[in-house]
Design a protein around this ligand. Structure first.
Ligand code: 13P
Ligand code: ZN
Length: 276
């Protein structure tokens, strides 16, 4: 089968376009990666070329040795993924040491995988282990309202989780483990990858201060839906803070506990602190 006919590739392109339509991907902002299943890579093997040069990932991911990924290219625009996928995205293979990659398909006009490849792969490695292989998608988006909040909320997991939970009743059901926050760091390297992947051991969402969001999930719909839910909640908080800087009423810790009981989720008590 041709790569572009495969349903995992079509799902990837559709998700990239959904993000573009939300306005989260100005210019080349954001990146997306998918850990390909063995039967999926076999189904497109005839369309792959294994003569590319091995290049350093920029970090070590031994837990992903021999895995295949579909990823967006560095400097490529999400707005072009559906229109010109062969120029915008690529399939890559990780070597047996988990230190190098080579391109097997895509990026036909040159270029390299996203500059955030270290963060994507280190997050994949953590999530593959933590979910017994169930999680396959890592998504980075420049979500406008989440970024705005990183200028006014304390940069703590507790503040972001609790404030965003309070903005929409279903938030604690969609992200019961909470949200992690990475302080401002230089993007694109190993240091921010290590900080993000530490948070991914506990959470499916990590905010990058003054930059955006990283989300992890088992498939394209769930991962995109998570980013969308977090960003929608952030939008409500921005609107609320713009109307008046305090809440006249909100969802209380005991109400969250009641919600957790009925919806069969566990909400960590560290997020249900009393406010003064
Ligand atoms: P890339 O174009 O290299 O994917 O970078 C975009 C981005 O959002 C960096 O954080
Ligand atoms: Zn970015």
């Amino acid at each position: 089968m041709k790569v572009l006919e495969a349903s995992f590739v079509q799902g990837f392109m559709r998700m990239a376009d959904q993000g573009w339509l939300q306005g989260w991907h100005e210019r080349n902002g954001g990146n997306l990666s998918y850990r390909i299943r063995p039967e999926e890579i076999e189904s497109v093997r005839e369309d792959l070329k294994a003569d590319g040069e091995w290049k350093p990932i920029g970090t070590r991911v031994p837990g992903l040795a021999g895995e295949y990924f579909l990823v967006t290219g560095s400097g490529k625009f999400f707005s072009n993924v559906l229109r010109d996928p062969e120029d915008s995205i690529c399939i890559l293979e990780v070597d047996a040491a988990g230190e190098n990659y080579r391109i097997l398909w895509g990026l036909v006009n040159g270029g390299r995988p996203t500059s955030e490849l270290p963060s994507h792969l280190m997050n994949h490695e953590v999530k593959k282990q933590a979910t017994n292989g169930a999680y396959r998608v890592i998504y980075h988006a420049h979500t406008t309202n989440v970024i705005a909040l990183t200028f006014v909320l304390p940069l703590t997991d507790e503040a972001f989780t609790r404030e965003l939970w309070e903005m929409a009743t279903e938030c604690p059901v969609v992200f019961p483990d909470g949200i992690g926050v990475v302080p401002w760091m230089v993007p694109g390297g190993r240091e921010i990858a290590v900080a993000t992947s530490e948070l991914m051991k506990k959470y499916d969402v990590a905010v990058w201060a003054h930059h955006g969001l990283f989300c992890a999930g088992p498939d394209f719909d769930i991962t995109f839906g998570l980013a969308h839910t977090v960003e929608k909640s952030a939008e409500i908080l921005v609107k609320m803070l713009s109307m008046q800087p305090y809440k006249r009423q909100t969802i209380t810790p005991d109400e969250f506990r009641a919600l957790a009981k009925d919806f069969h989720v566990t909400l960590p008590e560290k997020f249900l602190y009393e406010k003064h």
